[in-house]
Write a protein that binds this ligand. Sequence first.
Ligand code: ADP
Ligand code: MG
Length: 375
Amino acid sequence: KVFEGEILRKKLHNTILELKGNIRVFCRVRPLLCDDGGDNETKSVSFPTTTEALGRGIELLQNGKKYPFTFDKVFVPESSQEAVFEEVSQLVQSALDGYKVCIFAYGQTGSGKTHTMMGAPGNEVEKGLIPRSLEQIFESRQTLQNQGWKYEMQVSMLEIYNETIRDLLSTNRNSSSESAKYIIKHDANGNTHVSDLTIVDVRSEREVQFLLNRAAQSRSVGKTQMNEQSSRSHLVFTLRIVGVNESTEQQVQGVLNLIDLAGSERLSKSGSTGDRLTETQSINKSLSSLSKVISALAKKGEHVPFRDSKLTYLLQPCLGGDSKTLMVVNVSPAASSANESLCSLRFAATVNACEIGTPRRQTSVRQVDARLSYG
Ligand code: ADP
Ligand code: MG
């Protein structure tokens, strides 16, 4: 009985999503941490328990005022990494069905973006969306193989810092960035090529894990050399998937982009000079162009300013049309972060109000297969 109820709940959930379009916004509130503001730190968020808002609502208290928001899903501080992944797994799965998928983590530095995307390395329970997605994809590949599907997969990982691309998988770390051009091009089939970028064929989850570790190292080198660069840059993990069914000759090409965005905090304009000012300007520019692109896509037909930033230009084929986008807005519950949290929630609310592409009501046979295997 419980099981049947669960299936029904999921079916209903999918129908709602299909009617809504291809963009979803989840909000995740992390727990209060010891170093948030000492013993006197209070919380600025609460979660309404009315039927309509249950699991979807959040209320922020700032300067004595209450600001309510509703998203597709709200994760409370107690929500586990597993619970978050459960809500994302179908989206990840659709990359195997030939969809282009983008999952963004948005929020101020310290709000839990990296925890959500990557999690704690080496900790099974605390691993984040990226390792869990890979686990699922390689597991499903096995299942789909028995149905005649053969997959080839490739990984690339890059960082965008001050509108410049850094290759995180380059083995030639010191010299590569100077000589490499990293020019972004899209071909007529919607495939993206970045010149000089390292692309690695992967056959197992272990191979990808190895690459993730290499990238993490390459990121932390940047961190000490370039002043906490990691929170000032966007990390883009890309998995390209090409599947061929050997009996039907059907082909699918999917892309899964998992993106840990730069911290969204507004650095005080007066205080930032030199490098800091350049950083702030380029982060603000790319985050605002991301929201402009999403809004423009929702309004259909009007000019979509993909070229306004490296991030949106890179992801252009994965943002429009039939692709699927999820924004996870990460929020700290600390009262001392209420201003930034309000900015993040407002940003997310504008994204939430958008719909990309046309709602899909028809489910292809191929999708049903994959969904059943993940019922
Ligand atoms: P960001 O990447 O947004 O700067 P982090 O992911 O590094 O933030 O998170 C900041 C701190 O909060 C880290 O110590 C992280 O382990 C912790 N943290 C974030 N989210 C959670 C969570 N859901 N549960 C427990 N700890 C968390
Ligand atoms: Mg981070």
